[in-house]
Design a protein around this ligand. Structure first.
Ligand code: HEC
Ligand code: HEC
Length: 292
């Protein structure tokens, strides 16, 4: 009897050790979240406080992002991949729109901008009608859901060098970058979201996700200025298959690539005009390296 008991307690001990890493990933409860209610944000000269955001979160956000910030609000079931992404699970502390390198936390300003801008082609509305203070408070509230902020600082924003003049040479150089780093595998040779990998993509939670279609008039989720587009492929959209190319693309090449991407976009631009004059052809996926 004694030996049997001992065996059991050994087994139980082993089970407890195995369960440890799992519990650290477990869903946070209301009780856990009360401990982080002192979270703050700093946006310009405004200090946001989580505890002041409870009412506006309940009013404006809870239906999608859920009481516990896990993205399981009652409307979430209606958002179906790959057409629509589910509301973000804030407990994971993983965000798409960052000025900071891939894998790091966004800055408070990044979260503020995402909330203000809203996400095109998604159910995430734009919240520019809320006051600056309300939005800053909501940033602090979003942060209070993830234990990542207790142990980590946001990444250091990447440097975006001043934008050079658009030239035909730069657009051609951008086309070479697009071919070399194989953006076309997902986005397609004409940016129409129909590359060979497009239909196979899933996000980090295993849900189908479509690449961005540059040609149908959509706006990038993380902003549509030239600087925003530069940042998107140099920091990546964390949680999605859209990677960071910071290790493969040099800063001066990155501007060439931004100019080339503009030639796909529906909106009128100097780049589109130049591409037409050049009679620029789409990249050839079968061309040998360096011979586009
Ligand atoms: C109608 C549903 C809906 C409502 C209401 C809503 N969101 Fe969202 N939110 C989403 C969806 C969907 C996404 C993910 C979009 C995507 O990834 O394409 C998202 C993403 C986000 C993100 C992630 C940004 C990033 O860079 O990854 C933040 C932060 C956010 N929402 C904050 C808020 C706040 C704060 C409110 C309330 C003021 C709010 N949301 C209200 C649906 C909603
Ligand atoms: C492995 C597939 C893959 C590759 C390779 C890839 N992308 Fe993407 N890209 C995606 C996906 C998926 C999205 C959509 C993410 C979303 O909607 O959340 C995306 C979105 C984008 C967006 C829009 C982001 C936004 O804010 O909505 C831009 C711009 C972009 N990619 C540029 C590029 C460029 C430039 C390259 C090459 C340097 C590239 N991508 C390579 C999969 C890829």
């Amino acid at each position: 009897m004694r030996t049997r008991l001992r065996k059991w307690s050994l087994l139980l001990g082993a089970a407890a050790v195995l369960a440890l890493p799992l519990t650290s990933w477990a869903q946070l409860t209301q009780f856990d979240l009360e401990k982080t209610l002192n979270a703050e944000s700093h946006v310009g000269n405004v200090t946001g406080r989580a505890k002041d955001a409870a009412a506006s979160y309940r009013r404006y956000c809870v239906g999608c992002h859920g009481t516990l910030g896990d993205g399981e609000g009652e409307n979430a079931v209606w958002m179906d991949a790959p057409m629509y992404q589910k509301p973000r699970n804030f407990q994971l502390g993983v965000f798409k729109c960052r000025s900071t390198p891939t894998g790091t936390l966004p800055t408070d300003q990044d979260l503020y901008d995402a909330i203000t801008r809203g996400f095109d082609r998604s159910n995430m509305p734009q919240w520019n009608t809320l006051s600056k203070q309300e939005r800053a408070d909501l940033v602090a509230w979003v942060k209070h859901f993830s234990p990542r902020w207790a142990g980590e600082k946001p990444g250091t924003p990447i440097t975006v060098p001043p934008e050079p003049e658009v030239t035909a040479e730069r657009i051609k150089a951008g086309r070479d970058v697009f071919a070399r780093v194989q953006c076309w595998k997902c986005h397609g040779v004409q940016g129409m979201a129909n590359g060979p990998s497009a239909s196979t993509l899933t996000d980090d939670l295993g849900r189908p996700i479509a690449p961005f279609n540059f040609t149908d008039g959509s706006r990038p989720k993380c902003g549509d200025t030239d600087q925003d587009i530069y940042r998107i492929f140099m920091t990546g959209l964390d949680g999605t298959p859209m990677p960071s190319f910071a290790d493969n693309i040099k800063p001066e090449e990155a501007w060439d690539l931004v100019f080339y991407l503009r030639t796909f976009m529906a909106q009128k631009s100097k780049e589109k005009g130049l591409a037409k004059q050049l009679a620029l052809k789409p990249v050839d996926p079968n061309a040998p390296a360096g011979q586009q």
